[in-house]
Design a protein around this ligand. Sequence first.
Ligand SMILES: Cc1cc2nc3c(=O)[nH]c(=O)nc-3n(C[C@H](O)[C@H](O)[C@H](O)COP(=O)(O)OP(=O)(O)OC[C@H]3O[C@@H](n4cnc5c(N)ncnc54)[C@H](O)[C@@H]3O)c2cc1C
Length: 327
Amino acid sequence: MSVPLYQLPEQQPSVWQPTSVEEAMQLKHQWGDNSVLISGGTWLRTRWENGLSSTPQHLISLGRIPALSGLTIDAQGHVHIGPACCLSDLMDNELMRQRCGLLVQACSEIAAPSVRNLASIGGNVVTRTGDLIPVLLVMNAQVGWSDGQKERILPLKEWLESRLLTSDEMMTKIVVRASGQVAAKQTEAEQQTNVEPNKVEQLEQDASRTHEFYLKVGRREAFTPSVVTVAGSLRTEADGTIAAIALSAGGGSAVPARFAELEDAVTGKLLSKEVLQTLHKGVSEGFEAVADDYAGVAYRKITAANLIVSECYKAWRKGGGAYAPRS
Ligand SMILES: Cc1cc2nc3c(=O)[nH]c(=O)nc-3n(C[C@H](O)[C@H](O)[C@H](O)COP(=O)(O)OP(=O)(O)OC[C@H]3O[C@@H](n4cnc5c(N)ncnc54)[C@H](O)[C@@H]3O)c2cc1C
């Protein structure tokens, strides 16, 4: 069992530094609502400073639990990310840059370097409104949760939709399949020892017809809270048919979500002006935006739709077949 790190004055919280998930959850169960799990503390601190929640008596730091800070890749090409990994470490990591380029881009657009040196990917997701979530949704991320004894893994999408309270569990991992065109090609190729030349060619063609994007709109260019964030991935066949599409939107206080019905509705269709109109309507109607002091619901809906459609238009131009626009 850990001992409090500092002998602090009574009004200040004790900081506990467990070294395993089991120990951390034991402390959480022991202190209950008088405690909080803390990773980088950047989100929690803004809440305490703004009076949105009170500082609890016990802070259970996750920084000394090795299992929460690992970064590995398994035989199937899935990247396992420890939730306590800070954003700047993820941005600097070669595996992440090669396999999860879109996620690295999203990390680089959060706050400023000093905040990113502390802010964790797990903390970003647990807030349910973090700007990394749209990308993770497009990557079909899975999240692991543990009560200290058992671990369960479920799709991030399911966890967000279930609105489960997480006070009895801790996030233990985030698992994503590689994104990025080079990564997709490498992953497939590595799974087969002798890749036939025509298979490699096929993978290269798939990669050249895949368009991925992440866009964050704020009130200014950098170091700003998001008003709207969108992410997506669109792969076309040689003739411009949509082979696969994944779209998501979030930003501000909205809980990010995919557009599953819309994705199903356009998959298998030839990219065209009509399909872009369908996407625009579907996103602006389906995005559950939330108004705040920065922007209203209507502005956020139309912005998300404009951003997504402009990226799909780029995909159409890039690999959309004989009828694709050339300019
Ligand atoms: C100046 C500034 C700018 C910011 N800009 C942005 C921005 O542009 N975009 C954005 O998305 N966010 C932004 N944030 C918010 C915040 O920095 C990020 O969301 C960050 O990734 C949160 O991570 P953290 O480790 O600091 O979380 P913490 O504050 O440590 O924790 C956040 C929440 O997650 C819980 N938690 C953390 N880890 C776990 C775990 N493993 N299991 C269960 N619960 C856990 C905590 O109990 C808490 O409820 C900003 C913050 C600041 C101060």
